[in-house]
Design a protein around this ligand. Sequence first.
Ligand SMILES: NC(=O)C1=CN([C@@H]2O[C@H](COP(=O)(O)OP(=O)(O)OC[C@H]3O[C@@H](n4cnc5c(N)ncnc54)[C@H](O)[C@@H]3O)[C@@H](O)[C@H]2O)C=CC1
Ligand SMILES: Nc1nc(=O)c2c([nH]1)NC[C@@H]1CN(c3ccc(C(=O)N[C@@H](CCC(=O)O)C(=O)O)cc3)CN21
Length: 282
Amino acid sequence: MSTSATPPAKKLVDDFSLEMTGKDVEALEAAAHLIPQGTRINVTFLGNEDLDMRTNAAASVRRLGFDPVPHISARRISSESELTDFLQALKEAAAPTKVFAVGGDPETPMGPYEDSLSLIETGLFPQYGITEVNIAGYPEGTPVIADDVLWDHLQRKDRALKEQGLDGIILTQFSFDTDPVTQWISDVRNHGVDLTIRVGVPGPAGIKRLLNYAQRFGVASSAGIAKKYGLSLTNLLGTAGPDRFINDLASELTEASGDVKLHFYTFGGLSATAEWIQDFRR
Ligand SMILES: NC(=O)C1=CN([C@@H]2O[C@H](COP(=O)(O)OP(=O)(O)OC[C@H]3O[C@@H](n4cnc5c(N)ncnc54)[C@H](O)[C@@H]3O)[C@@H](O)[C@H]2O)C=CC1
Ligand SMILES: Nc1nc(=O)c2c([nH]1)NC[C@@H]1CN(c3ccc(C(=O)N[C@@H](CCC(=O)O)C(=O)O)cc3)CN21
C-alpha cells in the first residue's frame, strides 16, 4: 500500500524505468501485464551472472515489448573480444539502442577497461546500433571515488558522448533523502551538464534488505533520514516504499532542474515494484 501521488509526483513518475537481473526473466514475464509497453528495463551486470544470462534477459525484455538497457561494467570485462562478443550477442538477441556504461565495483579492473569513459572511448557503441549511453551519477558521492574525480569524469563522459553524436542520460545511485538529490541536480547543471537525469529510487522492499544495500553501496541511512523516508528502524521486518521520497522530490524540482525522471531499483521485487507504481499513479 502506498499513499497517493501529488499531481507533480504523477508527472515525475511518467516514463519511469525499471531494473532486473539476469535471474529475473520469469519475474518479468509475470509482471509484464503491469508495465506499460515500451518502458525502459535495465539489465544489471552483477558479478554472479554471465554474459549469456544477461543477453537472455535483454532478449526477454525486447520480446515482451519493452526497451532493453543492458548494463556494461567496465572493470568486469576481461578483454576487448569479450566486449565485442557481448555487444554482438546483444544486437542479435535484443537489438538494444541504449546501454548503461558503468565503472564496476572490482577494486582492480579484470581487463583493459578501467572506467566507463574507456568503454565510451572505444567508439564501439555506434557500431553495434547503440544511440544512447546512460552513465552513473552519485547525489551523495561514493566511498571509493573522490568528488572532484566524479565531476571531472561526468563532464568528460558528457563531452565524449556529444563528440560521437550519442545521446546521454545520467542514472543515479538510489538515495533515501531528497535534500542531497536536489542539491546535486543543481550542481550538475552548474557544471554545465544538461543531460536528462533519472533519479534512482528503490521499489518497495523489506527494510532490512534496503538498509543492507544502502550500507553496501555507501548510501546514507542515518536515523533521521530513515525516519523521513519511512524506514522504521524498530521494525526491520516491515517494508517501505518511496512514496514520500517521490512526493518530496517532485515538490523540490524547479525549471532549473532540467529534465528529471525516475528509475526504480527493484532488488528482486519486480512485480511488487510494478504494482506499487500502478497504485501510486492511480
Ligand atoms: N550507480 C549504479 O547503479 C552502479 C554503480 N556501480 C559502481 O559505481 C562505481 C563507479 O562507476 P562510474 O560512476 O561509472 O565511474 P567511472 O567508470 O566513470 O570512473 C570514474 C573514476 O573512478 C574510478 N573508479 C571507477 N570504479 C572504481 C572502483 N570500483 N574503485 C576505485 N576507483 C574506481 C575510475 O578509474 C575513474 O577514475 C563503481 O564502483 C561501480 O561499480 C556499479 C553498478 C551500478
Ligand atoms: N556501487 C554499486 N554497485 C552496484 O552493483 C549497484 C549499485 N551501486 N547501486 C544499485 C545497483 C542495483 N544493484 C543490485 C544488486 C543486487 C540485486 C539483486 O537482485 N541481487 C540478488 C537477489 C536479491 C537478494 O537476495 O538480495 C541476486 O540475485 O544476485 C539487484 C540490483 C547493484 N547496483
